[in-house]
Design a protein around this ligand. Structure first.
Ligand code: AMP
Length: 434
């Protein structure tokens, strides 16, 4: 038994899964480029305060799920400004706050007019109770658009999310809502408090605390499932101000033009404080309880609240563990492998030559340099899943040739050792690609 194990809730990604991961990441990068998003990479660590500010003190992520620490320069805490987290650091629990910080710090919005379309891909950390589909280190791909206030841009973003689902042949349900703005949400918030306060006894402990601090979160509580228990919960869609109501109509109209299938779900509130107006989630059948695969929405006030110039923004993130769990098994077929063997010591040098030549081509090949008998080479190839072998026996070496055998069909063929291009063409033809 190994003395060390991975930290609870954090996963190793080994072959062949790692191949699916890297292919998926490549595809996401290509999709992002096609839609004119450019990559942004921000550090894994930010100041704790950035997240407290951005995500909201009452959000579950900030209250319960952050990995917080001090670095060796912890004495700087003495300079801690009153009422702030000072110089405490945190592993990022989501992608948006760091992107917003970088957007402001590098004056991106000031130097060039928007819209600025950015994407990120990388790990996030949340101290959650691990279960299938919920991990302490998980990965997200996200899109963020700064500098465009229109609901049509939200629709374009949701369209991008739907393109991702289509690309990976994932059947997901896109659920959209408007969660109002600072003009209409406070009155709705009061309505919720009024509605739930008399029901406090029937609520879970978290929700009892949320009644005053974060009543919106009450309506999507997974423990209480209020939507199944009460049918007269006040809904945000009935309490939007005229501007939010008209923007929501424009969103739905644009989604229809993009041919994005969606349902309106007034119970979507999103966990983080920074969202206004458009909020959406995508669910899919992941075979577990964690079936939310992506979520996002508009966050027009976050840039200003983080210290930048007022900049409307919208974005979403898709969880890569959950995405990969719903990508059909055969979407990334395992590529066949070719192997090279020498049957005696005198064949090893020629085998090394073949390896060198093939290394310049995108064919999936590997060699084993310890000489072994033909039958033994076949067994080894079988064990490693190689269906194609190259053999250097005494005859081949004498004639400057190499014997090729397709183990699935039994076909075999002899190539001259200089016929590298013919060998590569044949391998490509048999789809033995990297
Ligand atoms: P959120 O920011 O919580 O809406 O998360 C966006 C997406 O990230 C979710 O829809 C999930 O796909 C993924 N996600 C969030 N938290 C986790 C987690 N602890 N483990 C795995 N995936 C997660």
């Amino acid at each position: 038994m190994s003395r060390y194990t991975a930290v609870k809730g954090m996963n190793d990604i080994l072959p062949p899964d790692s191949l699916r991961w890297s292919r998926m990441e490549e595809d996401l990068r290509l999709l992002a480029a096609r839609l004119n998003y450019q990559e942004i990479r921000t550090p894994v660590v930010e100041s704790l305060e950035l997240f407290q500010r951005g995500l909201g003190e009452t959000s579950d992520v900030v209250q319960k799920e952050m990995y917080v620490f001090e670095d060796k320069n912890g004495n700087k805490l003495a300079l801690k400004p009153e009422g702030t987290a000072g110089f405490k650091l945190a592993l990022k629990p989501e992608g948006t706050a760091g992107v917003v910080r970088a957007f402001i710090e590098h004056s991106v919005g000031i130097e060039k007019p928007g819209p600025h379309k950015l994407f990120y891909i990388g790990p996030n950390f949340r101290y959650e109770r691990p279960q299938k589909g919920r991990y302490r280190q998980f990965h997200q791909f996200g899109l963020e658009i700064f500098g465009d206030p229109t609901p049509e841009m939200d629709a374009e973003l949701i369209y991008a999310a739907s393109m991702i689902l289509d690309h990976f042949k994932v059947k997901g349900e896109i659920r959209v809502n408007s969660i109002g703005c600072p003009a209409c949400r406070p009155a709705y918030r009061e309505k919720l408090i009024e509605y739930f306060r008399p029901k406090a006894e029937e609520l879970c402990g978290d929700c009892r605390r949320r009644i005053d601090s974060n009543p919106l979160r009450l309506i999507d509580c997974k423990v209480d499932a209020p939507r199944d228990r009460w049918n007269d919960i006040p809904l945000i869609t009935d309490h939007l101000c005229p501007q939010c109501a008209s923007d929501f109509e424009r969103l739905k109209k644009a989604l229809a033009i993009f041919h994005v299938p969606f349902v309106v779900d007034p119970f979507i509130v999103r966990g983080l404080d920074y969202y206004v107006k458009t909020a959406f989630e995508i669910t899919a059948d992941t075979g577990g309880t964690q079936n939310a695969i992506a979520g996002g929405g508009r966050y027009d006030n976050l840039v200003a609240e983080t210290g930048g110039a007022a900049t409307p923004a919208t974005g979403f993130a898709i969880g890569l563990e959950r995405l990969l769990s719903v990508v059909p098994e055969d979407f990334y077929g395992m590529q066949p492998l070719a192997m090279g063997f020498a049957l005696f010591d005198g064949g090893v040098a020629d085998l090394v030559h073949l390896t060198k030549h093939l290394s310049h081509h995108p064919v999936r090949y590997m060699a084993e340099y310890t000489p072994r008998k033909f039958k033994n080479a076949l067994q080894k190839a079988n064990k490693l899943g190689a269906r194609h072998i190259f053999i250097f026996g005494e005859d081949e070496v004498k004639n400057q040739q190499v014997l090729y055998k397709d183990l699935a069909t039994g076909d075999q063929k002899t190539f001259g050792q200089h016929e590298v291009m013919a060998i590569v063409a044949m391998l490509m033809d048999k789809e033995i690609r990297k």
